[in-house]
Design a protein around this ligand. Structure first.
Ligand SMILES: *Cc1c(COP(=O)(O)O)cnc(C)c1O
Length: 220
């Protein structure tokens, strides 16, 4: 099976309105190019260095999404071009994105990453911390960051019910935040949830953006 056939097969299963982010981390530019040639334009990377190096080798009309933990001191390097940052998980990071986006005269869309898994290792705002963060309102003074929704990663487990519950939690938090803070803001609309092993469940539970790597490119 080729990258193209994997992408074609995956696209056929996606309902309209669900955006596919092809997660290309650890795969070389030549492999990414195969997905590009199959029509894919949105790619996700989780390391700044790797992203910068790969971007230079690939066409300019790719939309790069940052999906991993983002260190504040690296925001400057991606601010000029990044299309969506999925992993805003602190006020400090949001403020740094604001600063760097303003410096290059851009508005950068970003998602609030929510800690929905039971595992300690997964990053993100715990739901209550996210509620407090939005209630405090300082984010309103960051006009160069467009808060476009939420992102979450479910626990790595075979227990489908648990995964489903976690995605439900993300969806209900999204609905709550939408109603409370973004009722008239059409830009707040994305739920980024679902990877290779759980994207079907994520879509059933309301995901609008899936991030799949292994399914498209094979094992890393
Ligand atoms: C690596 C990664 C993915 C893709 O995982 P696959 O299981 O390969 O589909 C999705 N989201 C994030 C945040 C990742 O780090």
């Amino acid at each position: 099976m080729t990258v193209r056939s994997h992408i074609d097969a995956l696209r056929k299963t996606l309902p309209p309105g669900v955006t596919l982010v092809a997660v290309s981390k650890f795969h070389p530019a030549e492999t990414v190019r195969q997905a590009y040639d199959a029509g894919q334009r949105i790619f996700g990377e989780s390391r700044v260095q790797e992203l910068i190096a790969k971007k230079d080798l690939l066409p300019d009309d790719i939309e790069w999404h940052f999906i991993g933990r983002l260190q504040r001191n690296k925001v400057r390097q991606i601010a000029p071009f990044i299309s969506l940052i999925h992993s805003i998980d602190s006020e400090q990071l949001l403020l740094e994105i604001e600063k760097q986006a303003a410096a290059c005269n851009r508005t950068i869309p970003g998602l609030l990453q929510i800690h929905i898994a039971r595992e300690k290792s997964k990053a993100g705002f715990p739901p209550d911390a996210c509620r407090r963060f939005l209630a405090e309102g300082k984010w309103k003074a960051s006009p160069h960051v467009q808060i476009a929704g939420v992102m979450g990663m479910a626990t790595l487990t075979d227990d489908e019910n648990r995964i489903r519950q976690e995605f439900r939690l993300l969806k209900s938090l999204f609905d709550e935040l939408k109603t409370a803070y973004f009722p008239n803001d059409p830009a707040f609309r994305e739920i980024s949830a679902g990877m290779t092993d759980d994207y079907r469940i994520a879509i059933q539970e309301g995901s609008s953006v899936i991030r799949t790597g292994t399914l498209i490119f094979g094992e890393r």
